[in-house]
Design a protein around this ligand. Structure first.
Ligand code: NAD
Ligand code: UPG
Length: 448
């Protein structure tokens, strides 16, 4: 139920594993696209997977929740749980639960409802259970079961993450539900952690909050390193990661320059999860009488990073009347998602300072053109055009095609080659040697 990033990817991947899947959504246009074999979202590998599942008769989509629920054994709730004023908005999840309850009222045979959406501790056993029970007319355990199954996939790598997860967490209170539900994941060989619904809910928030904390910590340290002549943050992270406690046992480290992802300076985190989940956990902490000094700092540091990019630019030129190329609008590469992208506060600040913005993104431009925040942004066909018509360049999203831009391209295309790198994409020494003025957010190379 809910065919966004989580619902559609889960549905397509479970169909691949041999389950019969019906995707339910309230948006008829989305249902139509799925039935036509076209994913309404951009995810690597999803179009092929969806078409294959549909062609084999393993997956279809509908707006008719009741029929779909009556014809199935398990329902995964994958609707949105946005934050409004920093608090989790439960309206979609409660509406979905009521609909499931109404359908289950006439159902024979055991049915398991799993909350896959990210929800605060107590939500599954509180409002979700209450909404289902009040409509089904039977208590949980009487013909139906309830569990919590957080999802850890990343946008842009969602199919790969779902196919090969690090772990599967299930929060459940009775063995019958655990047995039926774990059958869904029978083919997955990763560690499976069975716990209570409240602990499962908390695991999801703590996972996201820890990763967000690592990013803000790296940014605070990167900013500090930048302020000390002769300290190179990239080498600082390399040196720190040579500690075996931070480097995985097999010696494989992800991320740039041999540094574990999430411990790397830059523009900060965006997307539909980290900002909302840290904010929701912070307000949850207050409701249980706990201070959240770390989480407060994580969000404060993150809000500052895009503004630092503008401050770096202003050291090099007066922004009023100038044109700035913004390369990348999506909150990260591999997705067309603009939710909470650092490009949003960056563009707003550039406009506030009187600069014109000429933007490019390989995938997200059709969405960006519809956003009111980008109303007076001009869009370029390609990065070459953006650079040619600009006085400076801000690299926001580390798309592979931007990684291949050479120092000579900046020199050839721009009147003055001035680049502010928000993602540590370019090699500072090569840029400097070629004569490009290169600055990094949270990073000043050792040799400057
Ligand atoms: N996006 C991610 O990478 C990700 C990863 C892990 C967990 N999560 C969590 O999973 C949940 C879903 O996230 P998403 O990004 O897939 O959301 P989304 O906004 O992309 O999709 C939600 C979908 O639910 C549909 N919907 C709303 N109410 C419905 C109802 N009553 N019946 C049927 N459909 C309904 C909407 O039309 C929409 O298509 C959220 O709680 C999110 O925090 C997201
Ligand atoms: O070293 C890093 C790594 C990431 N980011 C930024 O952090 C944000 C989130 O990135 P990522 O974690 O790759 O994407 P999401 O799709 O938002 O995935 C996160 O949020 C999901 C939704 O809850 C979880 O399921 C995933 O496990 C969790 O990684 C993006 O803006 C990235 O640019 C950094 O700034 N520095």
């Amino acid at each position: 139920m809910g065919t966004g990033y989580v619902g559609l990817v889960s549905g397509a991947c479970l169909a691949e594993r041999g389950h019969q899947v019906t995707c339910i959504d309230i948006r008829p246009e989305v249902v139509q696209e799925i039935n036509a074999g076209r994913p309404p979202i951009h995810e690597i590998g999803l179009d092929k997977l969806l078409r294959s599942a549909r062609d084999k008769g393993m997956l279809s989509a509908t707006t008719d929740a009741k029929t779909a629920i009556l014809d199935s054994d398990v329902t995964l709730i994958c609707v949105g749980t946005p934050t409004v004023d920093g608090r989790m908005d439960m309206s979609q999840i409660v509406a979905a639960a009521k609909e499931i309850g109404s359908a289950l009222a006439s159902k024979r045979g055991y049915h398991v409802v799993a909350v896959k959406s990210t929800v605060l501790p107590g939500t599954t056993e509180g409002p979700v259970k209450a909404a289902i029970e009040s409509h089904v007319g039977r208590k949980v355990g009487d013909g139906w079961g309830l569990c919590m199954n957080p999802e850890f996939l990343r946008e842009g790598r969602a199919v790969e993450d779902f196919r090969v997860p690090d772990r599967i967490v299930v929060g459940v209170t009775d063995s019958m539900t655990a047995e039926v539900f774990l059958n869904v994941y029978a083919d997955f060989t990763c560690p499976k952690l069975v716990t209570t619904p409240r602990t499962a809910e908390m695991i999801k928030y703590v996972s996201n909050s820890l990763l967000a904390t690592m990013i803000s910590f790296s940014n605070e340290i990167g900013n500090m390193c930048s302020a000390v002549p002769g300290v190179d943050a990239r080498l600082v992270w390399k040196g720190v990661h040579l500690d075996r406690r931070l480097t995985p046992i097999n010696g494989q480290v992800g991320g740039a320059a041999g540094v574990t992802e999430y411990l790397w300076h830059g523009l900060g985190f965006g997307g539909s999860c980290f900002p909302k989940d840290v904010a929701a956990l912070r307000s949850f902490g207050r409701t249980v009488g706990e201070q959240t000094r770390m989480l407060d700092a994580v969000l404060d540091i993150n809000a500052d990073q895009p503004l630092r990019m503008v401050a770096l630019l202003e050291k090099e030129l007066k922004l009023a009347g100038k044109t700035v190329a913004v390369l990348g609008l999506a909150f990260k590469p591999g997705t067309d998602d603009l939710r909470e992208s650092p490009a949003l506060p960056l563009v707003a600040e550039l406009r506030r300072k009187g600069a014109k913005v000429l933007a490019h993104d390989p995938i997200a431009m059709p969405h960006a053109k519809k956003r009111p925040e980008f109303r007076d942004v001009v869009f370029a066909e390609g990065w070459e055009e953006a650079l040619k018509k600009s006085d400076a360049c801000c690299l926001v999203t580390a798309w592979p095609e931007y990684r291949s831009i050479q120092p000579t391209d900046f020199l050839k295309l721009m009147t003055r080659a001035l680049v502010i790198d928000g993602r540590g994409v370019f090699e500072p020494a090569a840029m400097a040697a070629a004569g490009v003025v290169w600055r990094g957010v949270g990073y000043t190379p050792e040799f400057t």
